[in-house]
Design a binder for this molecule. Structure first.
Ligand SMILES: Cc1cc2nc3c(=O)[nH]c(=O)nc-3n(C[C@H](O)[C@H](O)[C@H](O)COP(=O)(O)OP(=O)(O)OC[C@H]3O[C@@H](n4cnc5c(N)ncnc54)[C@H](O)[C@@H]3O)c2cc1C
Length: 358
């Protein structure tokens, strides 16, 4: 049976949910407060991976999302996702071995590469490790472009996109959320999906729901284009980097950005300059020039795990997460299924209710 839904947020998570809801025959209105520049999605590195994870359940969710992305990429004919694999040398020695063993136990495809295999994979890079983990299934999305493709596909399937129109508050009647108050006026729906990234906490608070979020700013560097030197996604202990098909490099300034604990950005100019120096050294490209550095606020719930599901007040459904680029494909599918009446067992660990009890 078709229903009416409102999705708050047109980043990669809201866009994917809107796409799946509209494709399932529902009536969908999407509201977003800003231009793409205000989104975490805009400053994302875009690495789609399951080698970073918090526990086995979280790993399985991420690994399943890799499959969902391949299907979704095909369905919307996206040109914004590549699958070059990832060379990970964040750890060495026993730690690398332990990382490998843990991923093997989880049945995740990976191998330890020798020096000569690494050199064959990245013949143009001067600074290479002696051993590394090769993760052949992992990919990378140009997340902003992918989000636009998803929003276009959602609107082709009937969704309406209202931007820039902030949702000022969620409307309640008879103890349930029944719509939104926006700068355009009010609109009613059977359920409202809150996929507003770091803006979700304040919307939740407005209906008395506790959704504690951490402050996790990140900086993404983008260089001017240069001749092609490297294919895989590179994850070192100093920095992650990738080269786009157009020759530009992308790199977050913090190593291990998926577990970066910094709460503030003290000196943007200094961390940008340091990041560029590291990138030049790792690529051997002294001539690399910065095109721009963009700051984004990662939507990280207090316990680092995704928040997905109905919460607190009937009619409100939350979808807030870090590593949202990795997870959006699976979460979009699952949220549309749940809102169509089919509960997902793999989302039970991520319900917003865990914060209400704490
Ligand atoms: C530097 C950096 C690197 C990253 N690298 C990776 C990576 O390699 N892999 C990965 O998987 N993830 C990565 N992430 C995380 C990932 O980008 C985010 O988890 C993901 O983009 C979140 O998407 P979202 O749609 O939930 O939020 P957002 O992209 O932030 O979108 C939320 C939207 O909601 C809108 N909004 C907010 N409040 C309101 C309101 N009241 N009314 C209407 N609209 C509202 C905002 O305008 C915004 O457009 C990275 C993030 C950063 C910052």
């Amino acid at each position: 049976m078709a229903h009416k839904f409102i999705v708050v947020g047109a980043g990669i998570v809201g866009a994917t949910i809107a796409y799946h809801l509209a494709r399932s025959g529902h009536t969908v209105s999407v509201y977003d407060s800003g231009t793409p520049e205000t989104r975490a999605t805009h400053s994302s590195f875009g690495w789609i991976n399951a080698s970073f994870y918090i526990d086995a359940n979280h790993h399985r969710l991420r690994a399943a999302s890799l499959e969902s992305w391949r299907q979704l990429q095909h369905d919307i004919q996206s040109e914004s996702i590549r699958w070059p694999g990832c060379l990970c040398f964040e750890h060495s020695g026993d730690q690398l071995e332990a990382q490998y063993n843990a991923l093997q136990t989880l049945d995740y495809e990976c191998e330890i590469m020798t020096t000569s295999e690494i050199r064959a994979l990245c013949p143009n890079l001067p600074t290479l490790p002696t051993t590394a983990l090769w993760l052949p299934q992992e990919g990378v999305a140009q997340s902003d472009r992918l989000t636009s493709e998803l929003l276009h596909a959602a609107t082709r399937a009937g969704a309406s996109l209202n931007t820039p129109h902030p949702v000022e508050r969620l409307l309640e009647r008879n103890g349930r959320v029944c719509g939104v108050q926006t700068t355009l006026g009010s609109e009613e729906a059977e359920s409202v999906v809150i996929a507003a990234g770091v803006g979700s906490e304040v919307l939740a608070k407005g209906i008395g729901v506790r959704l504690p979020m951490l402050s996790r700013p990140g900086v993404l560097l983008r260089t001017q284009p240069v001749a092609h030197v490297v294919d895989p996604i590179m994850v070192s202990s100093e920095m992650e980097f990738q080269q786009l098909p157009d020759g530009r490099f992308l790199a977050p300034t913090a190593a291990g950005h998926q577990s970066d604990e910094s709460e503030t950005l003290d000196d943007l100019a200094e961390s940008t300059a340091m990041g560029l120096r590291t990138l030049r050294r790792l690529t051997g490209l002294d001539q690399l020039e910065l095109e721009h550095a963009v700051v984004g606020w990662r939507p990280v719930p207090e316990d680092h795990l995704p928040v997905i599901g109905p919460g607190g007040v009937e009619g409100a459904y939350f979808a807030v997460m870090h590593s949202g680029v990795t997870l959006a494909a699976l979460i979009g599918e699952r949220v549309a299924q749940e809102l169509s009446g089919q509960e997902s067992s793999d989302l039970q660990a991520y319900r917003p209710a865990r914060f209400i009890a704490s």
